[in-house]
Design a protein around this ligand. Structure first.
Ligand code: ZN
Length: 261
């Protein structure tokens, strides 16, 4: 099994997984979505809220602000502290603002400089002249399987497309070139070719457009093109590495359980 990184930016990653199978690809996708822990606010204490938004709605909004997640924190379920508010499992953020103002995510002051909103410019609420907002928010590590606020990314994959052309049947009429929405088919010197098979979405428009039935679209069940888009809580490559670690631990645990039988 191999992973070839095709694109790596601050919040996006594209890679090719080869010599794998659909079960493995889907397991990897699901672990990245559901089990790689990140920080998010899940407790809010309001000192003052004169805004037009109810405490409940505002806390929900705060909970969905992505927070940068450094290493070193542990899940509250794994922490021995009683109130789940110690420095190992939680971070306190405070907010104090008076109108007129638009309160932004960047107005929150964090007790840990590494646990801060991914963006300072997420609008939270508007305050009219003289209206106040003051609160204490507690962020914990959590997993996407419990709430989307702890989902570190969106991730998808597709099978590697296979484009097959029966050159003897094809009369180079060009109908498929016109119908392909990705514009990846071309006629060069009276011969049909494909410029970039990986961009094929397997929509089969070319198959339907061909009057001669010369085109077949299939897929390779051992090659997968993955795309990860991080919320910014963790860099995409860290999400992948953490997911692989989690999968490794699950496999070890499975073997351990089997040996007990
Ligand atoms: Zn704790």
């Amino acid at each position: 099994m191999e992973i070839e990184v095709r694109k790596l930016a601050a919040d996006e990653m594209e890679f090719l997984l080869t010599d794998a199978n659909p079960a493995f690809a889907n397991t990897l996708r699901r672990i990245m979505l559901r089990e790689v822990p990140v920080m998010a606010i899940d407790e809010v204490e309001f000192v003052a809220n004169d805004s037009v938004i109810y405490d409940e709605i505002l806390s929900h909004r705060l909970g969905l602000v992505p927070l940068k997640t450094p290493d070193g924190y542990i899940l509250p379920s794994e922490c021995k502290c009683d109130d789940k508010r110690c420095e190992k499992c939680s971070v306190k953020l405070t907010l104090k603002k008076e109108g007129p103002a638009v309160v932004m995510s960047g107005d929150m002051k964090s007790a840990d400089k590494e646990v801060v909103p991914v963006s300072d410019s997420i609008p939270l609420v508007k305050l009219a002249d003289g209206k106040r907002l003051q609160l204490i928010a507690i962020a914990h590590l959590g997993e996407g399987k419990n709430h989307a606020q702890w989902q570190p990314c969106v991730v998808s994959y597709k099978y590697m497309p296979i484009f097959e052309l029966d050159a003897k049947t094809c009369d180079a009429c060009g109908a498929c070139v016109e119908w392909c929405p990705q514009k990846i088919l071309e006629l060069v010197s009276g011969k049909l070719g494909i410029t970039d098979v990986e961009r094929c979405t397997m929509c089969r428009a070319c198959v339907e457009a061909c009057p001669k039935g010369a085109i077949k679209i299939g897929h390779d069940g051992s090659k997968f093109i993955f795309k990860i888009e991080s919320t910014g809580a963790l860099p995409p490559e860290r999400i992948l590495l953490k997911a692989l670690d989690i999968l490794g631990d699950k496999c070890k645990d499975f073997v351990k359980q089997l040996k007990k039988l």
